[in-house]
Design a protein around this ligand. Structure first.
Ligand code: ADP
Ligand code: MG
Length: 995
């Protein structure tokens, strides 16, 4: 066979052929790469063509590209001969094949070039070609393919290897994969060498499906370049294959290296990404936590916001509501203002209308204003004066001493009404503290007390006046309150009262609790109560329901002179509710007896003692004080009762204790060094609460039906005796706050005084000026007045001298008369029992007393210009010589024949003068004349006899003596006085308190 001169096509029709760089440089098989062919395709083609040199063309054969001279053989595999344009273009029929089958198609084959029929038939199956008769030499073999069998089959239906001269040229050719179905494909320039007598063998071996071939062309190859020839000589086919493999391996290794480094980069990237993810998730966790706390906070905040919103809503609502209200109010006010403006306009119009006709209106207005100012000034002055007078009144009350005497007259009762009661008490001057008693005919006696309570005054009125004194117990003072009077005069009513008309006792405790409650911030009080009864000189505890047989005795506790009775019940009371029960318990247990004056007349002294312990919470100061509320036993004279035996003993004890009380008060009044507290249980019990800085109040209870009321009141000594008694200014236990208050008050008073002085000075200046003015005109008048004044004074002095001389004379007569009385009394005692003589002597005494009275009345009349009361016929006039021209101290408190009534000062004066006049050494009877004069007032009615007797006045004298002449005479006089009482156990000479 002839060596083919078929040329390599320069280009394809369907795809642009791009020579590979590697193929250009080396002798490796060249592949026509299409523009736009992806690297994958190239790779697959590389993997198909295993040797270098051959090219893959994705289209069919073109006649124009063919170098006819070089073609040795061109056959149409599986088909018949194809005629060309010339003899050289002819394609021979299929031959030189072994086995295989033929396949043909009428379908057009895309890109089939100049010979479509070439690609429309093919040999397939297990076949090979052995072409004999070819001249030895180098040849190119071109193979033509088209996918005919499975035109529409899936990719990879057939893959097969191609061996030329036993060398594997192509491995795993997959036509469909490269060009698809019914498209032409060529592998050209497969170099093959033919040796002598050896055929050209082309073998097809299946990998999957069956191999296929459309045409085979054999061309004569040009000689290889010398080097290449030389190299070709040197290189065998396996070397070429190895080179290709090496290239591929290097390529793959490079690829692997690239992939490894890419993988490392990716791992690095992954690691970084992982780290990033880790830190991000850490951040995320933190953020989550933050988020949690934030959401918690958010929750709280939400709640707060909700609450606030609620509040805000409320406020808003309120605001809206208020706004509406205010708007309403504002509009109301605006309306009102409008109305008022209109009214004002109207009024000013009217005012103008009024002013015009009254030109002096301005003047009048000013005058009225001045008057109003004046009125205001007067008002303030008035209130100042009122305050001053109140202060002065209080001071006056203080100056009256520590003992007050109030008189209370009870209303007339039904019995008295029915038995024809006649009014004998006159309360006209009760407000001034005076009570008038009609003593038969037109004569009227007046008695003065610190306060008079008429039957119209109720319990509250009575308590109101006692209250300041009572409550001073809370300030640390000891206080005694007595109800004195005959049975049935209302002592118990005043002190205890009834459930509906409660008395001093209950009201006192009630007020103490009230004040204690008010002061509880500064002072704490502890109040307890004892209720005692003194009966027959024995003390009974009325609160003790199981009294022991042991006698209760008074003991002195500590150095403070406090007295107490061991074993006595001290009921602690904390509220007013408890008080009434305690008082009732005491009252019920009180001993009562019956006699014909009043069946339930009390024959014992009922003594309620309120003990107050106070602690000042500011300075820790403690005080202890006592308030005694004493319902004394009846003071009626024994003669009025039909007492005998036990009753008589009761009566005697009562009179004795009442006398003792009188004595104590008297001794206190006279500032005696010895106060006879121990003469009765009553006074002994009160020892630490009477006198000193204590305060006392005596209710003298009287009955309007007492026909002897004048006499009864005259017989009272303490009403006048306590008047003006100076027991020293009341001292209370130190309380610095009080002292401070007092100091401030004093300072204020001083300032006021200074202001007043200043005012007075100004007034004096004014007066002086006025006087100077008046002087000129009134000089002569003044001179005349001066002369008259001097004359008047001279006359007065002369009269005074005369009066003094006369008084001296009368005093001497008095003295003589006193002596005579004394003598007569001695005789009287000697001849006691000889009634006729007695009567005669009594008559004489009476005559002498009348004379004495007349004598005494004369100086009183001489001194009458100084006494204001015309009706005081029984004026007490025994006054000291130096006092004759002064108004008597007790002139307003008349008491029949009572020396004691003349006031303590005058008593002292009298005694001093008498003693100096009659100071005969060893004469202890120097005061007898006074006593003789007093004798008349010592009349006491006998218990058994209706006869009135005179009794020994020594007792009255003794008391007087005690208070005036020292302790030695007291002890001397006192036993005598008592002896008289003892000598007369039948009580025929029992005294009332006063005498
Ligand atoms: P005393 O205790 O002095 O013996 P009472 O207190 O028992 O006297 O009084 C005798 C009677 O007079 C009682 O029935 C009492 O209620 C009545 N009585 C006393 N004073 C008054 C008064 N001021 N108002 C009304 N009744 C009184
Ligand atoms: Mg009574």
């Amino acid at each position: 066979m002839e060596e083919s001169s078929l040329s390599t096509p320069s280009r394809t029709l369907t795809l642009e052929s791009i020579p590979c760089n590697d193929c250009e440089k080396t002798d490796s098989p060249r592949i026509e790469h299409s523009a736009g062919l992806c690297s994958d395709d190239r790779d697959s083609i590389d993997s198909i063509i295993l040797v270098c040199g051959p090219r893959l063309i994705r289209s069919g054969f073109w006649q124009s590209n063919c170098l006819r001279d070089n073609v040795v053989m061109f056959m149409n595999c599986g088909g018949s001969e194809i005629e060309g344009t010339g003899p050289s273009d002819k394609i021979s029929e299929d031959s030189c094949f072994e086995r295989g089958d033929v396949i043909e198609t009428g379908e057009p084959i895309a890109g089939s070039g100049s010979y479509t029929a070439l690609y429309q038939s093919a040999r397939y199956g297990a076949f090979s070609y052995k072409i004999d008769g070819i001249t030895p030499g180098q040849y190119f073999v071109d193979l033509h393919f088209a996918e005919i069998v499975n035109t529409f089959g899936p990719k990879g239906m057939r893959t097969f290897d191609i061996f030329v001269q036993e060398e594997k040229i192509v491995s795993g050719l997959d036509i469909y994969k490269i060009v698809g179905a019914n498209r032409a494909l060529q592998i050209v320039d497969i170099r093959a060498s033919v040796v002598l007598n050896e055929p050209l063998v082309i073998n097809f071996q299946s990998l999957t499906g069956s191999p296929i071939i459309c045409g085979i062309a054999v061309r004569k190859a040009s000689a290889l370049p010398p080097v290449a020839t030389k190299m070709g000589d040197l290189m065998d086919t396996s070397a070429v294959q190895n080179k290709v493999r090496g290239t591929l391996i290097a390529r793959y290794e490079k690829k692997i290296q690239d992939l490894i480094s890419e993988c490392a980069a990716k791992s690095e990237e992954c690691f970084n990404a992982w780290c990033c993810v880790e830190s991000t998730s850490e951040n995320l966790r933190q953020i989550e936590m933050e988020l949690d706390s934030k959401s918690l906070k958010n929750g709280t905040l939400e709640q707060t916001v909700e609450r606030l919103t609620g509040e805000l809503n409320e406020l808003a609502e309120k605001y809206q509501h208020d706004k509406k209200r205010w708007a309403q109010a504002v509009s109301d006010l605006e309306r009102k203002i409008k109305v008022m403006k209109e009214e004002q306009a109207k009024l000013s119009k009217e005012a103008h209308a009024c002013v015009d006709p009254i030109p002096d209106l301005d003047k009048m207005t000013k005058a009225v204003q001045a008057l109003v100012a004046q009125g205001e000034e007067l008002k303030s002055k008035y209130s100042e004066e009122m305050a001053r007078s109140r202060r002065l009144f209080n001071e006056l009350q203080e100056s009256k001493g520590n003992i007050r005497v109030f008189c209370r007259c009870r209303p007339v009762n039904n019995d008295e009404m029915s038995s024809g009661y006649k009014a004998i008490v006159d309360f006209d001057t009760a407000r001034d503290g005076e009570i008038g008693i009609l003593t038969g005919g037109a004569t009227k006696k007046t008695f003065k007390f610190d306060r008079i309570f008429t039957p119209k005054d109720d319990q509250a009125d009575v308590y109101a006046d006692a209250s300041p004194l009572v409550t001073s117990v809370l300030d640390g003072y000891n206080v005694c309150i007595f109800a004195y009077g005959q049975t049935g005069t209302g002592k118990t009513f005043t002190m205890e009262g009834t459930e509906r008309k409660r008395g001093v006792n209950y009201r006192t405790l009630e007020e103490l609790f009230k004040i204690a409650e008010e002061r509880k911030e500064t002072v704490s009080y502890d109040i307890s109560v004892s209720v005692l009864e003194v009966y027959n000189e024995q003390i009974r505890d009325l609160l003790n329901s199981n009294p022991s047989s042991k006698k209760l005795e008074i003991r002195q506790a500590g150095g403070e002179g406090l007295h107490h009775i061991p074993g006595v019940v001290e009921a602690k009371v904390e509220s007013t509710e408890e008080v009434w029960d305690v008082l009732q318990a005491g009252s019920n247990a009180r001993a009562v007896g019956s006699n014909n004056v009043n069946e339930h007349s009390s024959r014992s002294h009922c003594m309620l003692c309120i003990m107050v312990k106070a602690k000042n919470l500011m300075n820790g100061e403690c005080t202890k004080s006592k308030l005694w509320l004493v319902d004394l036993a009846g003071s009626e004279r024994l003669a009025k009762t039909d007492a005998q035996g036990e009753r008589l003993k009761e009566a005697q004890n009562i009179n004795r204790s009442l006398s003792a009380l009188g004595d104590v008060i008297s001794a206190l009044a006279n500032k005696s060094t010895h106060i006879p507290y121990r003469n009765s249980k009553l006074t002994h019990l009160l020892q630490d609460s009477l006198g000193g800085d204590s305060k006392a109040l005596m209710f003298v209870q009287i009955s309007p039906s007492d026909n002897d009321l004048g006499e009864t009141l005259s017989s009272l000594n303490f009403a006048s005796r306590v008047r003006g008694v100076e027991l020293g200014p009341a001292k209370k236990q130190a309380d610095t706050s009080e002292v401070l208050k007092m100091k401030q008050m004093i300072e204020k008073s001083k300032q006021e005084a200074r202001l007043k002085d200043e005012n007075i000075r100004k007034l004096e200046e004014n007066c002086h000026n006025l006087e100077n003015k008046l002087k000129g005109s009134n000089k002569s008048l003044q001179e005349k007045m001066e002369i008259q004044k001097t004359e008047f004074q001279a006359t007065l002095e002369k009269q005074n001298r005369q009066f003094s001389e006369k008084l001296k004379e009368k005093d001497e007569i008095c003295l003589t008369l006193h002596r005579k009385v004394k003598d007569l009394e001695t005789k009287l005692r000697q001849h006691q029992g000889q009634s006729t003589e007695n009567i005669l002597l009594q008559q004489k005494v009476r005559d002498l007393e009348t004379m004495l009275k007349e004598l005494r009345e004369k100086p009183a009349q001489m001194n009458y210009f100084a006494t204001p009361k015309a009706n005081e016929t029984d004026q007490s006039i025994i006054l000291g010589n130096s006092n004759y021209n002064k108004p008597p101290v007790a002139a307003t408190v008349p008491m029949k024949d009572s020396v004691l009534l003349s006031g303590v000062e005058s008593l002292h004066e009298i005694k001093r003068k008498r003693i100096s006049r009659d100071s005969v050494p060893g004469d202890n009877e120097n005061i007898v004349p006074v006593v003789e004069v007093k004798k008349k007032s010592l009349l006491i009615e006998s218990g058994n006899s209706s006869k009135t007797r005179r009794i020994d006045p020594t007792r009255g004298l003794a008391r007087l003596t005690r208070s005036t002449v020292g302790a030695s005479s007291i002890h001397k006089a006192l036993p005598n006085g008592r002896a008289v009482g003892k000598e007369q156990p039948t009580g025929s000479k029992m005294r009332g308190w006063a005498r």
